[in-house]
Design a protein around this ligand. Sequence first.
Ligand code: ADP
Ligand code: MG
Length: 700
Amino acid sequence: MKELEINHVYKDYKLGNKSKFNALSDINVSFEKGELVSIIGESGSGKSTLMNLIGGLDSDYTGEIKIGGIDLKTFKEKQLDDYRKKKIGFVFQSFNLIPHLSILDNVTIALTLSDVKESVKLEKAKTILKKLGLENQLKKKPTQLSGGQKQRVAIARALINDPDIILADEPTGSLDSATTLQILDILKEIADDGKLVIMVTHSEKVASISSRIVELADGKIIRDEKNENYQPDLKETKLIEENVEKTEKPKKEKHLSIYSSIRLSLHNMWASRTKNFLMALGVTISLISMILMLAFGSGLTSYIDSLAQSYASPTIVTVSKSTGSADNPMGAIMDLISPTAYADGEIETVVNDINTYLDENYSDLEFRVDADQLDYGFSTLTAAAGMGGNASATINFDVDGQEKSSGIFYLYTTPPYYTEEQLLAGTLSGGPTQDETTGESIGQIMLSPKIAEEMGLENIEDALGKIVTVKVSYSINNVPINIDEKCEITGIVDVNMFATSLVMYVDYDYLASLVSKQGGTLAPTSFYIHTDSESTTDIINNYLSTTEGYTGSVENQMASMFSEMMSTFSIALAIIAGISLIVAMIMILVVLYMSVSERTREIGVLKSIGARKRDIKKIFTTESFLIGLFSGIIGVIFSAVVGGLLILLFNSLLGFAPLTFHWYYFVLALGLSVVISVLAGLYPASKAAKLDPVESLRHE
Ligand code: ADP
Ligand code: MG
């Protein structure tokens, strides 16, 4: 049985317009082990075409190509990959070494594709490289070698799997005459070791040293001659050690491991590190902006929340009427501008509902709401008379005999949770007092610190004790209320959330008495429940947050309004971040796609060595994964650094930092980076896997 038998092989290349080009026509030839065959012929005569068919790189032909008696046509894709890996060794005119891999890695690549043990790989490669006189070049890159050295590396690579057939397409075409002879010697030695060596050459001189010359012209064999003078050199030492695995076939075929795939990718990424770094930077920028947006969103919300918290008492529940809801944030704004008053009996209903809820869900809890624990409150945004509010208020005062007045932004009854600590000056006021000399009733009011500024006072304390005229116009159930009262400023209250506004606080009962003097009835806009403990407060607050129509204190309303605005805002931010990630993804896709076309030849080489489609896909997918991982890591580190600096900056400027970094933002960013990279890499990877090996090798 012949090693290689070719019967009636025809090969047509399909041309674009449904026509064909006949490159081989009725080829009949067979070869035996130990032959050193030269295929000669004019350029375009079909030599490379024939080599590609024999090498299993091109399966589109008619006729029979039998290896050891088995027709290549019967091979499935997997067997064909295996055939290229184990049976055939390719040597090319342009060497086709992989530029970013070391000499050693170039030689062992075929073993790497079979996941051969590191130590075995190293030993095999070193033995061959030593025999070819390259033992000192292991660590070098291909570009650091001469042409002859490169071709010897390529031969070492072809030999590493101990193939039966070596196919060399013009192996000396790029070499000078001295190196040509060296390479021919090596090829002869391989043939003399019992392999079938088929080489394509242009030169009759090269051909003359071979054991047989086959000449092609226009796709036909026109000459097939044995060289009678050929002297095989039957040395004892062989260039290649017998392949042990070949005799005892391993049970399970092994393939490119993840580890090797990562290693190959890292080599390539390092080779184009500038490009990769710039690409990672692009991804990084979108990750940083995403993380910062999230951090600002949650930082601002929790800052406002904590402000609101600092004005809440742990044992008081505030219940305000609300028209706002989660999906109606404008309602929350309206609640602030013009709070809705409770109707008659409505508070009792709410209290009953709370008690029923406590009965049903917290029967063990002793606390129930009764009338003793209630206080009432009223607030309105007086400055918003034209904006849906229906109240206005001013205070008029004397400064050195001159009448002056200031608008009041917010009218607020003193809530029960205000404490001495929140007083900047004066005392918390109660109801009206009697003027000792005139017997006149004088009301008491408290103001926010901003008011002192409006009054032109040097110190806020100077406002204390001043008698002012308070004018409030308001309408209750269409009954106009016009309050015009003399009041004494008894306290300055620091309410952070309104610190920069003009706020007037009066006692609820006092305000109610003023309203009733005008013939109206003050209806509360909120009521307060004094609870027995913080946990009871939480229970009732939780209940209220699930019921429509009621919210907490003004501060709570502000906080929830803010967080609702933020959540609307964050959707917009998330969309922007999403778009920037898509841009980053397209950028990765373009770069990887370009890298596939840059590496077309490398892919061709890998396929000629026996890489499966899956192996190629794996290498490219690993690379996109690693790009995502590195971009993610860089992005996370940069975000942490930028975030840290921003926190320092805000702390020194504002005394607080409206950014909160949760660990899961970083995990999310890292995860997204990996996911978008891998997704972006899918298309280039599958394109790479599908590349036709013959065309890839021809790629310039
Ligand atoms: P050689 O190696 O002998 O120079 P080839 O085997 O490369 O010749 O090519 C044989 C003929 O087939 C040439 O005429 C060439 O133009 C043609 N040919 C090779 N590859 C293709 C292809 N992919 N499509 C069309 N024609 C091709
Ligand atoms: Mg050719």
